[in-house]
Design a protein around this ligand. Structure first.
Ligand SMILES: *Cc1c(COP(=O)(O)O)cnc(C)c1O
Length: 618
């Protein structure tokens, strides 16, 4: 099998069979017709890297049962036999998690697992509530992934009452005990009870799923230091006052196998020539590259690999999308979901500013750039779609202006996905990580670029803060408001017009967008977008414009000095070891799941090569 081949296979042990007869009974009790769903398991093998271990990832697909004739499938009563055995075994396997099973809630999406486990314990196993609650809390832990309020799930009580009445009762019971505890600790603090309740009353009753997850878990974590601090001091302040030890940080990471070995074999080999191959399993060993900062040949070899990756990506773009780019220009890359908080608009205003500067003085020297912006917009997110429309409209003008020539090109990468990320990241010179401080929980794109020898232009947000800590702030292009500046500006009141009036280049760019310079056939195409920037920009694009443009000038200056640029690249690669997901997972295992790494002895005996997987465990 080719490395990186993806495959999914239906599991040989289907687990389903919700008998319609039972559902008829259920529907007569609750007065609605429930839907019968086939749960089809898909098993994906996840091979470890050279450790004789293959884990199974099981994902479930919900299927309508009528496209699937059970009788045809049930030759020799295979299914019933498997069901009788497996179902019983599986249920008993998860019934007593006690302290040797951990369920990590990856965001609030699986939060109903908490009342469901309580239901199984209390209703079916007849455990007393307190015992059930004790096991449940020891079982669950919750990872928060965002502080944006619109992304925090709050499901209407009315809906849950209709679909899952017993689970709602259990949630109410959990809440009652939770509020009793708070009332005892903070007598007469009615507002605190309102703030911490699992049930929100304003504007129709809703269940706050994050609150349910916090209360039902023994550990809660954010995904970068700054984010975990915001959770403790702002978003979940009341909860961390109640149970300070529950709150932790687990800074995200990326796997160096996919995001270096597989996607950038040239760079991986170059590194191995200097420090051996052990870094692949222990990324912290990359610090040993510091010893080669004075090795000019090595620096040039790193630059050569980057140039080859850029050439290869240019050829890919030309073949697949019929666009021609200048492979010796700086590849300035901003790829991630399209969202206002990630500020693709700030990048766009910089592009327009560069364009206006070239037009104003075409003879002036200019460091050529290819600005690549890529990402998907959620189907119902109007403003994200307008942002894409603006990028492609600006690209159409800039890319076809003969005065600009090959100095500046703008590419919008459609259908951005992992397989495309694997191609563009190794070819990137400059990584754009420019979210408003305090809005990006961690980011992982930032880490992939750092490991692949791109320099970062970024705000002090998410994991950028820790990247600057590891590499030294002077080795990133850090600009703009810090989290305290954002808070101060909020207090004072952000008035976008003030920046627009004070900064002529910003005014020019905004006026061009507003007046249809980039959309001559539809002059008012961007009126909603411009209106947002002026009157309800929660992410304060104009406030960081000046610092961003100045910082980009520094980037261009450094790019003209290849030796200094390459040294900074090497310092970044050498400092990227912290951002391995191996480190992240070890921290989850130690601090949340309470499990020890298993000490695998790799057996290279003939049985292993015969396909008998013989991993000796101490
Ligand atoms: C890594 C990755 C992301 C996350 O990028 P951020 O810059 O951290 O938002 C999103 N999409 C794809 C395809 C990725 O590979």
């Amino acid at each position: 099998m080719e490395p990186g081949t993806e495959f999914r296979v239906p599991s040989p042990s289907p687990v389903f069979n919700l008998r319609p007869r039972i559902w008829e009974t259920v529907s007569s009790c609750f007065g609605f017709i429930p839907q019968v769903v086939l749960a089809l398991p898909y098993d994906t093998p996840v091979p470890g890297y050279m450790n004789n271990t293959v884990n199974t990832m099981r994902l479930w697909s919900a299927r309508a049962p009528n496209d699937f004739n059970l009788r045809d499938f049930n030759v020799g009563d295979y299914i019933q036999a498997v069901l009788d055995r497996n179902l019983a075994e599986n249920i008993s396997r998860v019934l007593y998690p006690n302290d040797n099973v951990a369920i990590q809630l990856n965001d609030t999406h699986p939060s109903l697992a908490i009342p469901e486990l309580m239901r199984i314990f209390v209703d079916i196993e007849k455990l007393p509530w307190s015992k059930a609650w004790d096991i449940t809390r020891k079982t669950f832990a919750y990872t928060n992934h965002t502080v944006l309020p619109e992304a925090l799930e709050r499901w209407p009580v009315e809906l849950v009452e209709k679909l899952l009445p017993r689970h709602l009762q259990i949630i109410y019971e959990i809440n009652q005990k939770h509020l009793d505890k708070i009332a005892a600790l903070f007598p007469k603090d009615v507002d605190r009870l309102r703030r911490m309740s699992l049930i929100e009353e304003e504007g129709g009753k809703r269940i706050n799923m994050a609150h349910l997850c916090i209360v039902g878990s023994h550990a809660v974590n954010g995904v970068a230091k700054i984010h975990s601090d915001i959770l403790k001091t702002q978003v979940f302040k009341d909860f961390s006052e109640l149970e300070p030890d529950k709150f932790q940080n687990k800074t995200n990471g990326i796997t160096p196998r996919r995001w270096l070995l597989l996607c950038n074999p040239g760079l991986a080999e170059l590194i191995a020539e200097k420090i051996g191959e052990a870094y692949v399993k222990d990324l912290s060993q990359l610090t040993r590259l510091h010893g080669f900062l004075g090795d000019d040949v090595f620096l040039r070899e790193i630059a050569k690999v980057k140039q080859e990756n850029k050439l290869k990506f240019s050829q890919f773009l030309e073949k697949e999308y019929k666009v021609k780019i200048n492979p010796s220009s700086m590849f300035d890359v901003h790829v991630k979901r399209i969202h206002e908080y990630k500020r693709q608009l700030l990048n766009c205003l910089h592009v327009v500013t560069m364009y206006n500067r070239i037009k104003k003085d075409p003879k002036k020297s200019f460091v050529p750039r290819t600005v690549i912006i890529g990402g998907k917009a959620a189907p119902g997110y109007y403003m994200a779609k307008m942002i894409i429309k603006l990028i492609t409209s600006v690209a159409a003008v800039v890319n076809n202006d003969p005065v600009v020539g090959s100095k500046l090109k703008v590419i919008f990468l459609e259908n951005y996905r992992v397989s495309l990320a694997e191609k563009v990241i190794p070819a990137t010179d400059l990584s754009e990580q420019i979210s408003t401080a305090g809005t990006e929980a961690s980011g992982t794109g930032n880490m992939k670029f750092m490991l692949n020898g791109a320099l970062t232009i970024g705000t002090m947000d998410g994991a950028n803060v820790e990247m600057a800590e590891e590499a030294g702030e002077e080795n990133l292009f850090i600009f703009g408001m810090r989290i305290d500046d954002v808070a101060a500006l909020d207090k004072k009141g952000y008035v976008a017009k003030e920046y627009y009036e004070a900064l002529p280049e910003l005014k020019l760019a905004v006026d061009q967008i507003d007046k249809g310079f980039f959309s001559p056939k539809q002059p008012d195409l961007f009126k909603d977008l411009v209106n947002m920037l002026f009157y309800h920009d929660r992410f304060k694009v104009f406030a960081d414009y000046e610092a961003y443009v100045k910082c980009q000038e520094k980037v261009s200056q450094l790019y003209m000095n290849p030796k200094a640029w390459n040294m900074m690249v090497l310092k970044n690669i050498a400092a990227s070891g912290k951002f391995s997901s191996d480190r992240t997972i070890k921290e989850y295992a130690r601090d949340i799941w309470n499990v020890e790494p298993s000490d695998l002895k790799i057996s290279l005996s003939s049985e292993a090569s015969n396909g008998v997987n013989k991993a000796d465990r101490k």
